[in-house]
Design a protein around this ligand. Structure first.
Ligand code: ADP
Ligand code: MG
Length: 489
């Protein structure tokens, strides 16, 4: 520091942003720094004012004043409080000044800790999100197994029976399970365990008709039991296609229907009108509900915005917005109190490629060895594979499967990844040591990209993510046979 510097302790105190106040034992301000004068005195000196008046606008010393504690314990004390007038958090500390064994006064240091608290909150929030991420990725993994079991059974029932009414119900049931699988995938996507969402050709009329059928319990059955009548009218041109993800769109339109039903306490109409104009698909969804104010209309796409108190979570419309955006679409709202609500949606037109009569190449009967530590997955695969005309041998334990294995006995192996004692990768390594040519398919609830995993791709030829469809297996087996043929050449 320069010798002729004007700095002294008092000027240092005046440069601090913490408020520093010297008080008498009668709680009266004797001296204060600049920050205290600015914040508490509006720029004027606060000398002579009582500290409880200044800080807490009280005529008597505060009951929770840290000073008494400080004096009795001889220790520095903290007091944290929220100042409602300026909406900020403060931390107060009192230091006693004792000379000749006698309390002469005290120094009060008061600091605005709002920003620190916000950072701490953000940190806690980040930790919480990380924990939720971990939990949900585990839940997603377990659920994909459960859904796979359900889907397997539904598919089998569809293969076995021939009654159109049951077929229709099974189809809806399968779609619900597929939606569940998609939710699981979204959870995995959230935790970055899953990277792909498939976009397929979607016929708008079929999509909306499916959603209307799937949501019928909410708009028809439950409203009927409450004595209000809700009707849905669907007027959509037949040959309109968009490219998209069925489950995501199902969710979005389900939210729109649910909100419309919620907005019609006395019943009413929901109408869908869809048409194609130039290069755009236009879809209008209208309800005859209560409508909403301008203010609410501005907020409906905000996450967590709800007017339904504890009955709502405010996530429906923000999800709708996200889904429509991912589909390169737009959504606009018009609403008037008492006059219902109309959503205008636009999507780019999609022209599906003419499918070259999709004939699945026939795959001759294969002998399949399956290893999974979960009984019901083995059972599902047994049913599905046998129904497809393949031979099935299953083991719960990879160790037992190894004992049973010999070259040329099987055409292909399907193994689970996570198993106690020996995991799918170790099992595959041991098998490939015996028979390097046998194709091995890895079954897993986690998303695995073989291109990203050099060690795994040495012993694993294909992956089959859970939950899978019969079509997935058919397609995979075509590849398996193809790879065998190329190898044989
Ligand atoms: P939630 O349904 O859980 O409240 P949403 O995100 O689905 O959350 O909707 C947010 C808010 O938007 C609703 O609480 C409601 O006030 C308003 N809203 C959405 N759709 C409609 C509608 N069709 N008619 C009237 N208000 C609606
Ligand atoms: Mg909602």
């Amino acid at each position: 520091m320069k010798k002729n510097s004007q700095l002294n302790l008092h000027s240092v105190l005046n440069h601090l942003t913490d408020m520093i106040i010297l008080c008498s034992t009668e709680f009266e301000v004797i001296e204060s720094n600049k920050a205290a004068d600015i914040i508490l005195g509006g720029g004027n000196s606060i000398v002579g004012v009582k500290c409880h008046k200044l800080l807490h606008d009280k005529t008597e010393p505060c009951s929770d004043c840290p000073l008494e504690d400080t004096i009795s314990s001889g220790r520095l004390k903290h007091l944290n409080y929220f100042n409602e007038n300026i909406d900020e958090y403060f931390e107060e500390r009192t230091h006693p000044i004792i000379e000749d064994d006698c309390q002469q006064g005290f120094v009060l240091i008061c600091r605005n800790v709002t920003e620190i608290r916000e950072i701490e909150d953000q940190f806690a929030q980040a930790k919480k999100m990380a924990a939720i991420g971990q939990i949900s990725s585990g839940v997603a993994h377990d659920f994909s197994n459960v859904i796979m079991g359900i889907l397997g059974r539904i598919r089998l029932m569809r293969m076995l029976q021939n009654v159109p009414e049951i077929e229709e119900q099974l189809e809806l049931l399968e779609q619900s399970a597929q939606d569940g699988a998609q939710t699981v995938r979204r959870m995995q996507e959230f935790t970055r365990a899953w990277k792909k969402t498939a976009f397929v050709d979607i016929n708008l009329l079929e999509l909306i008709e499916d959603v209307i059928a799937l949501t019928r319990p909410k708009w028809h059955e439950s409203t009927k039991s409450e004595g209000r009548l809700v009707k849905i009218i669907c007027d959509i041109e037949e040959d309109i296609y968009i490219k998209g993800n069925t489950s995501e769109l199902h969710n979005a339109f389900t939210n729109i229907i649910f909100n419309a039903v919620d907005a019609m306490p006395d019943g009413g109409f929901i109408s869908f009108k869809g048409q194609q104009k130039n290069n755009q698909v236009l879809l209008r969804v209208q309800d005859t509900g209560t409508g909403m104010t301008e203010e609410i209309r501005h907020k409906i796409f905000d996450p967590f915005f709800t007017t339904k108190g504890s009955d709502g979570n405010g996530l429906g419309m923000s999800e709708v917005h996200g889904v429509i955006k991912r589909h390169s679409g737009t959504i606009e709202v018009e609403s008037e109190i008492g006059d219902g609500t109309t959503f205008f949606l636009k999507f780019p037109v999609h022209i599906p490629e003419k499918e070259a009569e999709e004939v699945e190449p026939e795959v001759s009967s294969l002998q399949v060895l399956v290893i999974d530590d979960q009984d019901f997955i083995l059972e599902t695969l047994k049913d599905v594979l046998e129904e497809m005309g393949h031979g099935f041998t299953g083991f719960i334990s990879p160790v037992e499967a190894l004992k049973n294995f010999s070259p040329n006995r099987y055409d292909v192996i399907i193994t689970d990844l996570e198993m106690p004692i020996m995991n799918g990768q170790e099992f595959a390594e041991k098998i490939k040591a015996i028979d390097p040519a046998i194709p091995i398919i890895l079954l897993s609830g986690w998303y695995i990209d073989l291109k990203d995993d050099k060690t795994l791709s040495k012993v694993i030829d294909f992956t089959l993510p859970k939950p899978f469809t019969v079509k997935d297996i058919q397609k995979l087996f075509v590849k398996v046979v193809g790879s065998k043929n190329t190898e044989a050449k």
